[in-house]
Design a binder for this molecule. Structure first.
Ligand code: SF4
Ligand code: SF4
Length: 495
């Protein structure tokens, strides 16, 4: 190590003293302050400086700290590393809540179901951001194995925005290095109106065919209202449903039929899925929601329903709040829970509770629950339970639940990413929660959660359960014959 005085070094290099101070403050010249207005710098750093100025090191009149050559090299290395991690990252620090006040208490890591896998630890991610190890953090898979569930934030005593950090780190990854098909889905959704690229004609034909089935099966006279101008409610679709499970479209349609709803599906830009929220791509989130807004104007609807996914609701409300505040004054975004509660309250649907007598539990979606509560001041907890209890009266809660609930392990785009082992491991908490509840029927409110519990957790953890979406539970419980009378009554009273 070499001891320098700023004035002495400035004189020998032929620069102003402030230049040396600036180099030290900016980290260009790694140096540690020691008593007597002196600084310690490593031989390596000093060597680089001499090289830059074309000077011979031997010609410099400076004092060396005694010590063995090996020891000096080690110290120099340590000194360099400490300096390099001490550089604050501007890219990762748009808000001070991210790290400066972190206590390193580890509450976040204790709450996180994926902590420890592959070295992932939310506390470490915070330290890395604070210490300027941004390239390492961006290159790591941690932010992608994190499900953005917010359980760590709920545990954090300092209210540090860990989910924002993870999302922001995701946004800094080169787009061609985004894991899985997430980025391709984003581009497809912007270009084709849905993230699977289903052509308009195919979509419309499919809707009509499924609608005809439903009319024959249980809803006489039913037709799918496509592009109906002046309908009260515009309804989006998850592209996975027409693509892979088109019969699932019937659940909501049965409910709308029974409730006498005035609704429509747009034939273009109908996808509620918004994968930009998973890739940290704010611009695509804005554009995707902008297409929904255009549809609202084009079809003159008053209410927007995103009935398929927790993240779709969250992303749309987030985007409307942020980029379309004026539109939010013109139309309402309604959650599935608000809508179903409204139907029950107004007597527009009635259900038979004797069809689901198994012990039933409800899985709180992170997006509808604690994330909506934090972002919008309203999380949906009691509404869902009220709806489920009307259809399945033998109800039990999991523990923990509501804002403390464990993520299913498939949030943050987890189902579309190539980290299956981690996703299944993450889910061990959810599997245990379900098992301990004793429930035979698990109700969800999001496609990701439904698929993860039904297709992964049930199999991997050998659970003897049935899984239904909350709207499927309601549709399967509907008293259709009585409901047509109910619809007529509703129409009369609402005139
Ligand atoms: S819980 Fe909050 S304060 Fe504690 S280590 Fe995690 S981020 Fe830091
Ligand atoms: S958001 Fe969820 S998965 Fe990500 S670090 Fe926090 S608790 Fe873990």
């Amino acid at each position: 190590m070499i001891v320098i005085r700023i004035g002495q070094l400035a004189e020998q290099l032929g620069v102003h003293r402030n230049t040396i101070r600036n180099w030290i403050n900016s980290g260009k010249l790694p140096a540690r302050s020691i008593p007597g207005k002196r600084y310690l710098i490593s031989e390596t750093s000093f060597g680089k400086l001499c090289q830059e100025f074309g000077l011979e090191r031997s010609s410099m009149r400076l004092k060396y700290v005694p010590g063995s050559p090996v020891m000096s090299r080690e110290l120099a290395l340590m000194e360099e590393n400490v300096r390099s991690i001490g550089l604050r990252s501007e890219r990762l620090r748009p808000t001070p809540q991210w790290g400066d006040i972190c206590l390193t208490c580890g509450s976040c890591a204790s709450a996180c179901a994926i902590s420890g896998v592959d070295g992932l630890d939310p506390r470490k991610a915070i330290r890395m951001a604070v210490l300027g190890l941004e390239d390492e953090l961006i290159a790591s898979q941690w932010p992608w194995k994190c499900t953005l569930c917010g359980k760590c934030e709920e545990a954090c005593p300092m209210n540090i925005e860990i989910v924002s950090l993870m999302s922001h780190v995701r946004s800094l990854r080169d787009r061609d290095k985004v894991p899985g098909p997430l980025h391709k889905g984003v581009i497809m959704c912007l270009e084709k109106g849905n993230n699977l690229g289903i052509p308009r004609e195919d979509f419309v034909d499919l809707l009509k065919a499924v609608g005809e089935d439903l009319a024959e099966e249980s809803c006489p006279g039913f037709t799918v209202p496509i592009d109906v101008k002046g309908a009260d409610m515009l309804v989006t679709v998850n592209s996975k449903v027409p693509f892979a499970e088109p019969d699932d479209l019937k659940h909501w349609w049965k409910i709308f039929y029974a409730a006498g709803e005035s609704w429509t599906i747009p034939s273009e830009y109908w996808d509620g899925v918004n994968w930009g929220i998973f890739t940290g791509d704010d611009e695509s989130v804005r554009k995707t929601v902008g297409h929904l807004v255009d549809n609202m104007y084009r079809l003159k609807c008053r209410t927007l329903l995103l009935p398929e996914c927790g993240h779709a609701y969250y992303a749309t409300r987030y985007a409307l709040n942020r980029w379309f505040p004026e539109e939010l004054k013109k139309f309402e975004v309604i959650s599935i829970f608000d809508l179903l509660e409204r139907y029950f309250r107004e007597g527009r649907i009635s259900v038979d509770p004797s069809r689901h007598l198994d012990l039933t539990t409800f899985h709180d979606s992170c997006n509808y629950g604690r994330k909506s509560e934090k972002a919008f001041g309203k999380g949906y907890y009691e509404e869902s339970r009220h709806i489920v209890r009307q259809c399945a009266p033998n109800f039990v809660d999991m523990y923990p639940d509501r804002e403390g609930n464990y993520c299913c392990g498939a949030g943050g785009g987890g189902l579309a990413m190539p980290f299956k082992e981690e996703r299944v491991f993450f889910a061990r908490f959810k599997a245990r929660q379900i098992q301990h509840s004793g429930a035979k029927l698990v109700i969800t409110s999001c496609h990701n959660c439904r698929d993860q519990i039904m297709k992964s957790i049930r199999k991997e953890y050998d659970l003897d359960i049935e899984v239904k979406q909350i709207w499927q539970l309601v549709a399967d419980s509907l008293i259709q014959s009585g409901s047509r009378g109910t619809v007529e009554r509703f129409r009369r009273t609402s005139k």
